[in-house]
Design a protein around this ligand. Structure first.
Ligand code: SF4
Length: 338
């Protein structure tokens, strides 16, 4: 067993002590190094392993097929080429209006304030995104402000990433205060996987910062499996919900991780226990290196039909795909090929 109590360590220490060596990860989980077939180390060099110890503690020692482990462990199949799997499946480099601004949808845009994530999810559609060339600095604020003011339809900003909750509370506060000065903005959405992988990120300062903002805050977490939501994680996220901050979840439908109606139903019920509403179930974006997580349209339709039959409507996440250039996410159920 892993001798480590993540509940007692502050999030900053956890973030600076991530596991980045695949062999250390396997050793902690009492798994043999042979688990890493030839090529996995090279895959890890191309997209580094990063995983917080708090997330590893939710994995089952001795289980090489643990659904949380498979989301983060580099795999030799990532090196295979597949013609439809490309480096920028959502065409984000074209949607990049100016430094830090990804404006794909009418009323809202993404502000990428950091390229860093607490965890590297092997299926991530931004695994090849050139973050370092696209991070706004303080002096870029004026250009961003001018851009927002030039687009009368914008009423919402989405802090995205990387993962915005890897930033300090001081830096988040600075950006939130800037946005609050613009009367046209009503909503601030924060997309983050950090509360799932380092639950202590939901600290008192963050809760107070979000609850006292003039903007209506929506936190969208990212959890794919009920095992990610242990009691401590649910309790920390509930601290946001108790302050009337809306918390939603988006998941990705992944082969060998959550491709069954039962697993998805367990996830929805567990989210609801914590006051989190299921929001989106994304089909996999066809990003280079993630082909081994892919499912066929037929498999996806069967699973989702089963989910619809087994869950009350308010616990069913919308099945969607993001298509490069489209002005909204595309709903998929009932579409025969996608
Ligand atoms: S946390 Fe989100 S942005 Fe970061 S690697 Fe995972 S899916 Fe990608």
């Amino acid at each position: 067993m892993i001798n480590y109590l993540y509940q007692e360590q502050n999030w900053q220490s956890q973030l600076s002590d991530l596991i980045t060596d695949p062999l250390e990860l396997l050793q902690l989980l009492q798994l043999s190094p042979e688990q890493l077939l030839s090529g996995a180390i090279l895959a890890s060099e191309q997209f580094k392993l990063r995983v917080p110890r708090a997330f590893v503690q939710k994995m089952t020692p001795g289980d090489p097929l643990d659904p949380l482990l498979l989301q983060v462990l580099p795999h030799h199949l990532e090196l295979e080429e597949h013609p439809n799997f490309v480096t920028d499946p959502l065409g984000e480099e074209q949607a990049n209006q100016q430094l830090g601004v990804l404006h794909k949808y009418k009323s809202r845009f993404l502000l990428t304030l950091t390229g860093a994530c607490a965890v590297h999810c092997r299926y991530c559609f931004r695994r090849h995104f050139p973050y370092q060339e696209n991070l706004p600095k303080n002096e870029d604020w004026l250009n961003i402000k001018n851009y927002i003011e030039s687009q009368a339809d914008i009423n919402e900003v989405i802090f995205s990433g990387g993962d915005p909750l890897t930033l300090s509370n001081r830096k988040l506060k600075l950006w939130i205060e800037r946005l609050e000065l613009l009367p046209q903005l009503k909503f601030l959405r924060i997309h983050s996987r950090v509360p799932i992988v380092i639950p202590n990120r939901v600290d008192k300062e963050l809760v107070s910062l979000l609850k006292n903002s003039r903007l209506r805050i929506i936190v969208v977490v990212h959890s794919n499996h009920a095992n990610e939501l242990d009691d401590f994680t649910c309790a920390k996220i509930s601290e946001l919900v108790e302050q009337k901050i809306t918390v939603l979840n988006q998941a990705v439908l992944l082969k060998d991780i959550n491709n069954s109606a039962q697993i998805l139903a367990d996830l929805s019920y567990r989210l609801f226990d914590a006051g989190i509403m299921p929001y989106y179930l994304h089909v996999l974006d066809k990003v280079k290196g993630a082909h081994h997580f892919d499912l066929s349209s037929e498999e996806i339709n069967l699973i989702y039909k089963d989910v619809l039959e087994n869950l009350p409507g308010y616990l069913v996440p919308k099945l969607v795909r993001e298509i490069a250039g489209e002005k909204n996410k595309t709903p998929l159920f009932g579409v025969s090929t996608f």
